[in-house]
Design a protein around this ligand. Structure first.
Ligand code: NAD
Ligand code: 4PL
Length: 244
């Protein structure tokens, strides 16, 4: 197996929305992209447009996650960058939140974070190098209503980031989190969170809706060689909506 001569990045949830924008921005840094998503049609289209690899993956499924890592290593022989973006973004009042719905969201948003990171950092540690960025949310800062399980999971994402950074520094791996504010992704646009712009935008420093392209450059910076002294951090990217 010949090792690929460019850096290789896995971005989960990159078939659309913020994950797609992140994949495109990282690709612009001369990085080869692996698109991992449950959505095969859109995921394959993004991979084709970037000349990368698509691996259909449910991040909450251990076998599919191992297949993602094995397929990447088989094709490229390296994984330099991991962005954990895949998540379910629900809208449900506390009164209606069931344990089943709680588990559905946290199995993807938190168990998925564990499974993908566990498998990828093993490969990174062997190489002695890695950049991991976890997509959190400013809902953890703002205490946003109607998605208690989601906000809980984004808090877990911050804790996961801070703790893991301490353990994998010895392997040359940095681990950081980026917390977007309300962003006009395909997912948000199609659901009830779209109404949130009405009260979120006035709290921002800028009078417009956040776009996936507003989030991607901050994520891309944390995946560079030059970001090597930054680890365990939470970077809020929300047009000034919240002050961390
Ligand atoms: P989106 O719904 O537009 O896209 C999410 C992508 O993740 C989709 O392509 C979907 O197929 C994929 N996905 C869902 N479940 C998956 C699974 N089990 N395995 C693999 N892929 C899966 O969402 P978005 O708004 O672009 O959100 C992306 C990330 O940004 C998420 O982590 C979300 O929590 C975070 N975020 C979003 C906002 C926002 O306002 N849009 C704000 C803060 C944080
Ligand atoms: C401010 O991450 O950051 C709604 C839905 N409002 O998912 C989010 C804000 C949502 C957010 C988010």
């Amino acid at each position: 197996m010949a090792t690929h001569d460019k850096r290789v990045a896995i971005v989960t949830g990159s078939a659309q929305g913020i994950g797609e924008a992140i994949a495109r921005r990282i690709a612009a840094n001369d990085v080869t992209l692996v698109i991992a998503d449950v959505n095969a049609e859109k995921g394959q289209a993004v991979a084709d447009s970037l000349g990368g690899l698509f691996v259909q993956t449910d991040v909450s499924n251990p076998e599919q996650v191992q297949n993602l890592v094995d397929s990447t290593v088989e094709k490229y022989g390296r994984i330099d960058i991991l962005v954990n973006d895949a998540a379910i973004v629900p809208f449900i009042a506390w009164e209606d939140l069931t344990f089943e719905e709680w588990r559905r969201v946290l199995s993807v948003n938190v168990d998925g974070l564990f499974l993908v990171t566990k498998a990828v950092t093993k490969v990174m540690a062997e190489a002695g190098y890695g950049r991991v960025v976890n997509i959190a949310s400013n809902t953890f800062v703002a205490g946003t209503p109607n998605c208690n399980h989601y906000v809980t999971g984004k808090g877990a994402t911050v804790g996961f980031t801070r703790s893991l950074a301490s353990e994998v520094g010895k392997d040359g791996i940095t681990v950081n989190a980026v917390a977007p504010g309300l962003t006009e992704s395909e997912g948000v646009k199609a659901g009830p969170h779209n109404d949130g712009f009405g009260y979120v935008v006035p709290m921002q420093a800028f009078d417009r809706k956040g776009q996936p392209e507003d989030i991607a450059p901050a994520v891309a910076f944390l995946t560079t060689e030059e970001a090597g002294w930054v680890t365990g951090q939470l970077l809020v990217v929300d047009g000034g909506h919240t002050r961390n």
